[in-house]
Design a protein around this ligand. Sequence first.
Ligand SMILES: [Mn+2]
Length: 338
Amino acid sequence: MNEIKECEHFQGADRFFDTCKQLRGKKVGIIGHTQIDGDAVGAQVALFEILKREGCEAFLIETEPGIPEHLEPLYGKYKTYQPQQVQVDEWCVVDCSQASRCGDFFETIRPFLLIDHHISGSPFAVHNFIHPEAAAACEILADYLYQLQYPLSITMANALYAGLIMDTGNYCYNSTRASTLRLGAYLIDQGVQAHNVASWVYNNEPRKKFLLLERFFHSWKFYAEGKICFGFLHDEDYEATGTDMADVEGFVNYPRSLHGVRIAGLVQELAGLIKVSLRSDEPALRLDQVIQPFHGGGHVCAVAFKTTDVLESFWDDLINALQERLKVVEEGVLLYES
Ligand SMILES: [Mn+2]
């Protein structure tokens, strides 16, 4: 019988810890992307503990005011701050492809350190640790910590584990590699109780989210003989249910799970801003490329863009681009070796 292989490690572990050491004695803010998710929180918490142990005064920063209830337990006993509440010497950014995704106040700031895994990501910090092959920012950090046999607190291990399961759709997305699962096992070895973490992040939904989901289900529209399915949420849906854009996490996976759908989309319209999210199970479709003319980014199978333009001004172009991509792939043109 073959032995279980070692993890395929990410490069840069030593450089990463050297970079953290350079922050000794400084006040450091740690921030993730807007519409914060489990991966951003997990990476924030892990980096926070590393920097504290390296002698920094570190602060966990809320990218937008408030933390979604289901992510609160991941912070353990740690307090979070809004950007204007703290004065810091340096910034660290996690799980973020571009500085503007950290909020408006961040546009003129050059962070000291960036950890990211978006294929569309840019090295906008002084020290960048970007691995698009990683399923999660938490996977990069968990691997770096493993490589150096760095002691993990239970808060850190739980947070990293949450990032792994949430960014891989519970190890279902194409980003899931054998090493991803090995790191998950490593975190369980460090004391993570998988069912507890899953219960915090999945079985903790507010009722208003389901009222919004009900509206979402009624909004679906199909294109390309049912291969493309979009759901739509507008200002009135959020108003009627007391929700906001943070409450739609996971919605796009419903049309994605429908038989025959190859590209699923969610259009959110709130206060003059439109956000379009797209998902697929087929890396060959290269959604990250299709989305480029719309100034979006993300991963091969999961992308998004935001615009203040009206929907009508780009809708036909978007649907045409998606239909064209389906056609090209159906004709056997290989865009991506999966
Ligand atoms: Mn992520």
